[in-house]
Design a protein around this ligand. Structure first.
Ligand code: H79
Length: 423
């Protein structure tokens, strides 16, 4: 069902949406899950775990001390921040969110709060976050950090680890005070202007505790956005469930998060990567509902991106180079999805994302309360014949679609399109 009353991202600036504007216009982001689990790649202590490899410590119930020792094998010596950002740019993403600390408690920077970090606990000894922040700044890509604020399987008082540490004896408040809030402070103080702090799984946190994290971020960087998974209904934008798209249009600032294969962290056993067609169509569908798609890649332990992730993301970027006008800065579709595809909008323009050519070649746009002026293929601007009968608009498509994955037709109109989601 639709959730038209859901409004996110309006709380920070009294309904004007200025603070979230870059985010709602961005439409496409890159999520990166990278840590010691990338090195394990689904295989720890001789046992294999398929899927969700960033959870390997939890699934294996690896003792924290042993996991810390094994994490010492993580050495991303082939990591090149500029290369990652070049690939991100070529893929058409406008922001990157990197796991600074996932539930395993390992910090991907030189933290002064804990030695369980990439500089102090691995042979790599460098701070990849610093390099990534510099490369993003240079290339004009917004950078955000994922930070697991409640779960920390390395710490006796952190959430989630019940195999080493008795949950009944945990003092969560001392964990927030002693590690997670101070680490958030480090991230917001030492890496320049950040676009997002992406909290996840608030667990036992109460409203005041979630609010303390939100306020810490806003106090240190007032323009930095906070994900709704800070918990308790707070946050600057809304995230749906992992791999979830809302059923209909949702207003305000929001994101659908997906991973490229079936694991967030790198898996040596998973090559089930979404094709460019799947990514391009998902991006259009999410934009047609008013949101962003943040798609994840799990870089390898050596610091390289999986070859197929790079290839399929670059192909998506090639499509965006020709069709970006129909994605970036667009709003949701006032007209419901059709058998042939979905729509996105800008003032006076409706973008028809055609996934499936009707057999008679006539594209029907129903419920059209405006006055249709002209239609053309977005890429190449080839004019198309247009006919309007009352609220039905028909566009004659070419005999074959120039891009069978998603051919965008621009429909220019005057007047108003009323929101009509008669699904
Ligand atoms: O970072 C990614 C996930 O690791 C994180 N959110 C995205 C962005 C996430 N945290 N918690 N969850 C997802 C829910 C995970 C539940 C499960 Fe499991 C983990 C189901 C299977 C593995 C816990 C462990 C329940 C069964 C085994």
């Amino acid at each position: 069902a639709q959730q038209p009353d859901q409004l996110w991202g309006q709380n920070a600036d009294a309904g004007k949406g200025e603070k979230t504007r870059w985010f709602t216009e961005a439409k496409f982001g890159l999520f990166l899950h990278w840590g010691p689990y990338s090195h394990f790649a689904g295989d720890i202590r001789g046992k294999r775990y398929y899927g969700i490899t960033e959870w390997i410590m939890n699934r294996d119930k690896t003792p924290a001390a042993e996991y810390a020792q094994l994490a010492g094998g993580f050495n991303p010596s082939e990591f090149n921040a500029e290369e990652w950002v070049r690939i991100a740019k070529a893929s058409g993403v406008k922001y990157i969110v990197l796991t600074a600390k996932h539930h395993d408690g390992f910090a991907m920077w030189d933290s002064k709060v804990s030695d369980f970090d990439i500089v102090d606990a691995t042979p790599y000894k460098k701070d990849p976050i610093k390099a990534l922040a510099a490369a993003c700044k240079k290339e004009g890509i917004k950078l955000g950090f994922y930070y697991s604020q409640f779960q920390d399987w390395h710490e006796p008082n952190g959430g989630g680890n019940s195999w080493d540490f008795d949950p009944k004896k945990k003092d969560y408040a001392s964990y927030y005070r002693g590690k997670s809030l101070p680490q958030i402070t480090e991230l917001l103080s030492n890496y320049g202007e950040l676009g997002i702090i992406w909290f996840d799984t608030p667990g036992n946190m109460n409203k005041e505790e979630s609010a303390a994290f939100l306020e810490k971020v806003h106090q240190l960087q007032p323009n930095c956005l906070v994900s709704s998974r800070v918990g308790n209904g707070l946050g600057d934008f809304k995230d749906f469930g992992d791999g979830e798209v809302p059923a209909g249009v949702v207003k305000g600032a929001w994101e659908a998060i997906f991973t490229h294969n079936d694991s967030w962290g790198y898996s040596a056993f998973d090559q089930n990567f979404k094709t460019p067609q799947e990514i391009i169509r998902l991006l259009a569908e999410v934009a047609s509902k008013g949101g962003n798609l943040m798609m994840n890649i799990g870089p390898m332990g050596n610091g390289k991106l999986p070859a197929l992730s790079e290839k399929y993301f670059r192909a998506t970027g090639d499509w965006l180079k020709l069709n970006g006008e129909a994605i970036y800065g667009t709003g949701f579709s006032p007209i419901a999805p059709q058998p042939w595809g979905v729509m996105t909008s800008k003032p006076g323009k409706l973008y028809l994302h055609v996934f499936q050519r009707p057999h008679n070649g006539k594209l029907l746009v129903p419920d059209f309360t405006g006055s249709a002026k002209k239609a053309y293929l977005l890429s190449g601007k080839k004019p198309l014949t247009l006919r309007q009968q009352g609220k039905d608009v028909y566009v004659d498509l070419p005999a074959t679609l120039p891009d069978e994955r998603n051919t965008v037709v621009v429909l220019e109109y005057s007047g108003e399109l009323k929101e009509q989601h008669n699904v």
